[in-house]
Design a protein around this ligand. Sequence first.
Ligand code: ADP
Length: 170
Amino acid sequence: MAIEVLKCDITQLPVDAIVNAANSSLMGGGGVDGAIHRAAGPELKEYNRKLGGCPTGEARISPGFRLPAKWIIHTVGPVWHGGDRGEPELLRAAYRNSFKLARAHGVRSIAFPAISTGAYGYPKAAAARIAIDEMRRHEADFDRIVACVFSDADKALYERILAEQDAADA
Ligand code: ADP
């Protein structure tokens, strides 16, 4: 299986689970989080209220409600403070804990946005390396892993990093 890089709106993807780059309240926000809450409908906020938040690096799961996806995995990536506050480990944990929850719920296809690289300010190339590395580590457990990007520049970045890793593996 190959990791797919798709430039699209993650809320439209017909996969078993989409991952949300949430904030720790799980009550919705801007960026991809806002788009997911709007598309899933108000039932999502109601449901998440009972989850009681999510610390950075961890993940929680909800139904997809009005989305094509059956599940939404909400994870909280780190805010970038310069890189010496555990940001790389926390970003890795966000991907890893999302995959763990997905497996526990029988998810076979999953799509991720570029966690932490919007409002949270994580440098895009460094974040993409961690994202792709974690996707590679979990490839064997899934039928489909989608890296859902939102700009041509991010699509080119992900494709370049995938190609670099392929070259390094060869
Ligand atoms: P964070 O707070 O974790 O930085 P953001 O939502 O601000 O999260 O940004 C994360 C990434 O999600 C950014 O690359 C942004 O361009 C992208 N994004 C925003 N809306 C969508 C969407 N509907 N589908 C996929 N990606 C999106």
